[in-house]
Design a protein around this ligand. Structure first.
Ligand SMILES: *Cc1c(COP(=O)(O)O)cnc(C)c1O
Length: 296
């Protein structure tokens, strides 16, 4: 399977032009950030592997992408999840529903084994693994090709923006690009993100630049300003972005562009739209929810 369809689009955001790299369009099944991070496992042969084990939240994008990877490879997929509500068990939705369809086996509230046999591939939460560099390097290559085709010659002429979870993607992008990579911490605070960077690359000169949000937000919680930003980006750019990372990403980018209106920014759309289904179900109970979304 090839993951090749990721065009760059020019859009307007707050009356400023920005570029968007459409990694959400890479492949119908295997797209976005996790497709880049798990590309190594998709491309290489692992003749001795029979099973993938991972852990994390029950609506994680990584969980879904690993279920696709396992299906394609013919591997068993065992996922250690924290609590799964009886409602979700009865009415599976979003990433959880589709991962089950791909054959995922869920173990709830069970301790993760400390060691694994030689037939098991263990992937840590969110895909924060060194193997992720393989696919992110390909993304960096595509960005350099885009810059070349658009006569962007000096590294100061373009900046790359993407919101971070584990920070793995932003880190490996910065390591492989001449352009400045800007990011913000969506999971945990900035010191958590910095620590994550240090776990993968010790040289701080190769770390992305962390931009701060104006206030502290908790990952996975619903916020009116997130929902309104999601709606605003959708109506200004005609592109749907994810509801977990991108609203904060665009809030931080908005502030940055107000202070630096001359910067040319390429925003990486990291996919995650399947996760919007369960998020919109939660937002639908809020008074500010727009009924135009009800059909989703
Ligand atoms: C996983 C994910 C991220 C965060 O990626 P990291 O490499 O963990 O920083 C951002 N956006 C989306 C849509 C994701 O699925």
């Amino acid at each position: 399977m090839k993951i090749i369809n990721s065009p760059v689009q020019k859009v307007n955001f707050n009356n400023l032009e920005i570029f968007v790299k459409r990694d959400d369009l890479l492949n119908e099944d295997f797209s976005g950030n996790k497709a880049r991070k798990f590309y190594y496992f998709l491309q290489q042969d692992f003749p001795h592997i029979k099973k993938v084990v991972s852990f994390g939240s029950n609506q994680s994008n990584a969980m879904y992408s690993l279920s696709v990877l396992s299906r394609l490879k013919g591997w068993e997929f065992v996922y250690y999840a924290d609590h799964i509500s009886s409602f979700l068990k009865q009415y599976p939705t979003g990433n959880y529903k589709h991962a089950l369809k791909n054959g995922m086996k869920v173990l709830e509230n069970k301790p993760l084994p400390e060691t694994f046999d030689a037939e098991t591939l263990f992937i840590s939460e969110g895909g924060a693994v060194w193997e992720a560099e393989f696919g992110v390097k390909q993304l960096a290559f595509e960005i350099k090709e885009f810059a070349k085709a658009n006569n962007i010659e000096k590294s100061e002429e373009l900046e790359i923006f993407l919101p971070s979870g584990t920070g793995t993607t932003a880190l490996f992008l910065q390591k492989n690009l001449p352009f400045k990579v800007l990011t913000c911490a969506c999971v945990g605070d900035e010191s958590y993100l910095k620590k994550q960077f240090l776990q993968l690359v010790l040289n701080e000169d190769l770390h992305p630049t962390i931009l701060s949000a104006s206030k502290k937000y908790h990952f996975g919680k619903l916020y009116e300003e997130f929902y309104l930003m999601y709606e605003k980006i959708k109506s200004e750019t005609n592109i749907e972005f994810d509801l977990l990372y991108d609203p904060l990403g665009f809030m931080v980018l908005e502030k940055y562009l107000e202070e630096n209106p001359k910067k040319r920014v390429l925003y990486i759309h990291q996919g995650g739209l399947l996760g919007n289904i369960s998020m919109l179900e939660r937002y639908a109970r809020k008074p500010y929810f727009k009924f135009s979304n009800k059909k989703i």
